[in-house]
Design a protein around this ligand. Structure first.
Ligand code: MIG
Length: 726
């Protein structure tokens, strides 16, 4: 250590002193473990120090000891230190392992290895796709008997996650603590994960609609043209996205004079046509005197520092850039305030990209770079100043949460700008717990069959890692989708929680109508299905935001004990009531029982080249609304119930409604409708029960009962008990 780094270290130590004192109560010297909740245990290694890891960014509250670990506790953590790395190992026997966040490869994670180091990984090629844009040091395990557990390493530092012979976290950090959840099934583990790490806030209804993106739609007249075409062609759509070309020379919080001279007008036009608009904001701020964001940021000393205490400069889209240090509250306030005039142009949502953070060149000679791989981010010895909440520390510690902290600040800014509205932020980079602040997409995939297929296990594993609101670029980002691939992708992409088509700069047009009449027709059907299912989706999103259950699920969740389902990664579930079987899936493993193939919008998937089969669970009632071209016209006035009775002749379902926007729902301004079907002799009675204060009419209910190869229909008023004659 030379004098200058020594000085820095001393200064850093002085900075964190108050925090150290604050955390001495959490400091441990030897291994310790105890219960922090109902079947939730925490394990502290010898040498654990709060200074290196606290406060936790994964957990919403600092865990409190409630009891000793009982003798029967199954999973233990073995801690060790080797070659300066801290290791935590858990022997998980022959359990099936899932989760681990955003990952390539198979759904089942056994025998895989990933690196948790957020990376701008174009088409997932770098490092064989073993590190992507996000970090979730989390594993979900399911035993043969269906009982389940979750393992969370409460550690933001760079680490490796190896799932062979159990679970091994190997971190470039001081010893870190591990939390283990033990429950009777997968759902209970995921609910507990959400309890610990937080839930997605209720998103605006419009963000559940289909969305159209491209790098980039420009100028503004092209944006209007794309929007118009959706309406002319009667293809439902809720959002048009503005990628970086809208900016003035890629400077964030500016608009190109030439291409977007009047963003208010562009947004007003979109609104008038019932669209919302989402605009991109990157973290890199052009280093240029006279540019207001750079000037005010410099004045407020907001930039991440190098080891030598200079503003770190890295090249991104605008050229040389500096980067806000989101570990500091004042920086976050400064950042949040930038959104006020920006949102005032009528912007509805924000897209935070490049926040790994990505830089266009390697900035240090680390292990990855020496092995011929790239590591295009800031140097790991860059300095973050911290503040009242977080201690000052290196980029090595804060790299994986850079995106997380950025979207937290973005969300705050958007909420401050529009306090009556539910913020919508999409992020590329994130960390476990970041579902509290932003939805996500899976970055730069490719227009290939392999990536279409991989998008399913990827989105499922993200969903099993606490992030319910996610999806891939439909059609694939890199390259040109063939008409066939695009139609197949839309046929399943329309069912993902986040449903947006996107394509790279310079690719051929990738709108649903750009691939000829047949594909256009098929995409319309796919998207229509999404829109008719919105009551079901909205209800699932409400459940996700209330209790943390995922929207998209693996098929094995239909029957945790059926081992034949554990690897199924072509078919997937939406909620607990629907299974989507892609057209190209030949022999999917499906749960036992009389699941029925249903028609959502009059289509017959058996006669269709692209449409997935949609299977309805025995015992389920799924509500559909009438078709609308956007959620502006969303109405639950007339509801169609798809009903499939179970073996005992019963079925139930529910429908959540609220204003679709705003926060009145938090003051009970919502309605939950419960539907119940009971067979009695050769009649089936369907009754409705309302709960909540949000007044919304349901003047008509249509019942479609799938029964012995037939669809039996009946109608009634919304308070009637409707009788179907078998
Ligand atoms: O270096 O803004 O993943 O969705 O279109 C590329 C341009 C930067 C990467 C994102 C992609 C977006 C693109 N961005």
């Amino acid at each position: 250590m030379n004098t200058s780094t020594l000085k820095t270290a001393v200064r850093q130590a002085m900075l964190v002193l108050p925090l150290t004192l604050l955390f001495t109560s959490c400091m441990e010297t030897k291994n310790q473990s105890y219960l922090i909740g109902d079947n939730i245990a925490i394990f502290y290694p010898e040498g654990f120090s709060g200074e290196d890891h606290l406060p936790s960014l994964a957990l919403i509250d600092e865990p409190q000891k409630v009891d000793q670990l009982g003798y029967g506790w199954k999973l233990k953590v073995e801690f060790s230190v080797l070659d300066g790395k801290s290791i935590a190992h858990i022997n998980t026997g022959d359990a099936s392992l899932y989760g681990t966040g955003e990952v390539t490869g198979n759904l089942l994670r056994n025998n895989t290895e990933i690196s948790l180091w957020n990376t701008d990984n174009f088409t997932y090629k770098l490092d064989d796709g073993k590190r992507l844009y996000q970090s979730h040091p989390w594993v979900l395990g399911v035993r043969k008997d269906g009982s389940a557990f979750g393992v969370l390493a409460d550690n933001t530092w760079r680490q490796n996650l190896y799932l062979k012979d159990g679970i091994t976290f190997t971190a470039d950090s001081k010893p870190f603590r591990v939390i283990i959840i033990e429950k009777e099934n997968t759902t209970e583990v995921l609910k507990e994960l959400a309890q610990l790490t937080g839930k997605m806030e209720m998103p605006p209804l419009w963000s559940l609609g289909y969305q159209q993106c491209r790098w980039s739609y420009f100028p503004d007249t092209r944006v209007a043209e794309v929007a118009d075409t959706f309406r002319i062609k009667n293809i439902p759509c809720d959002v048009i996205w503005m990628d970086i070309h809208y900016m003035d020379g890629n400077r964030v919080f500016t608009f190109s004079e030439k291409d977007f001279p009047n963003p208010e007008k562009t947004n007003a036009y979109l609104h008038q046509k019932d669209f919302k608009s989402i605009w991109m904001i990157d973290p890199g701020v052009k280093k240029e005197k006279g540019y207001h964001v750079y000037d005010s940021g410099t004045k407020n000393k907001v930039w991440v520092q190098t080891a030598d205490d200079e503003d770190f400069v890295g090249r991104v889209w605008p050229g040389d850039c500096v980067f806000p240090d989101f570990t500091n509250e004042e920086v976050n306030q400064w950042w949040a305030n930038l959104y006020k005039p920006f949102m005032a142009t009528g912007i509805d949502g924000v897209w935070n990209d490049m926040n790994e953070p990505a830089v266009f060149e390697n900035t240090e000679e680390n292990e990855a770079v020496m092995n011929g791989l790239t590591d295009m981010t800031m140097p790991s010895d860059n300095k973050h100043r911290g503040g009242e909440l977080l201690p000052a520390s290196s980029h090595l510690r804060y790299h994986n949460v850079y995106g997380y902290l950025m979207v937290k600040a973005s969300r705050e800014g958007i909420l401050k700008a529009n306090p009556e509205k539910r913020p919508f932020v999409l992020t590329r980079s994130n960390y476990i717990g970041g579902q509290r602040y932003a939805a996500t997409w899976t970055g730069d995939n490719a227009s290939t069959w392999a990536h279409l297929k991989m998008s399913i296990p990827m989105s499922i594993n993200l969903s099993l890692s606490g992030q319910p609101f996610n999806g891939p670029d439909i059609g694939g980002f890199e390259g040109n989708a063939t008409p066939n691939l695009f139609a197949h992708w839309m046929a399943i992409g329309a069912f993902f929680p986040f449903s947006r088509a996107h394509s790279i700069n310079g690719s051929k047009p990738h709108e649903p109508w750009a691939f000829g009449k047949k594909v256009e027709e098929s995409c319309r059907t796919s998207i229509n299905r999404r829109y008719r299912l919105l009551p079901y989706y909205y209800t699932l999103f409400q459940e996700a935001s209330a209790i943390g259950t995922p929207v998209m699920r693996p098929v094995f969740m239909a029957d945790d004990k059926d081992l034949s389902l554990r690897k199924e990664q072509e078919a997937f579930m939406i909620g607990s009531d629907l299974i989507i079987v892609p057209k190209w899936s030949k022999n999917p493993h499906l749960p036992k029982g009389d699941w029925k193939i249903v028609s959502i919008d009059g289509e017959n998937s058996a006669d269709d080249k692209y449409q997935a089969d949609v299977l309805l669970r025995p015992g389920a009632i799924v509500p559909l609304c009438n078709l609308a071209q956007s959620t502006v016209d969303y109405s639950t006035d007339e509801i169609t119930l798809l009903v499939n009775l179970d073996e005992s002749g019963k079925a139930k379902g529910k429908l959540y409604t609220d204003a679709g926007e705003g926060f009145a729902y938090k003051n009970k301004e919502y309605t939950m409708v419960h539907y119940k079907a009971i067979a009695n002799g050769n009649k089936v009675n369907i009754s409705t029960k309302f709960e909540g204060n949000y007044f919304n009419t349901q003047s008509k209910i249509n019942v479609k009962l799938y029964y012995k190869g037939e669809v039996i229909e009946a109608t009634g008023g919304y308070t009637d008990t409707i009788t179907v004659n078998l």
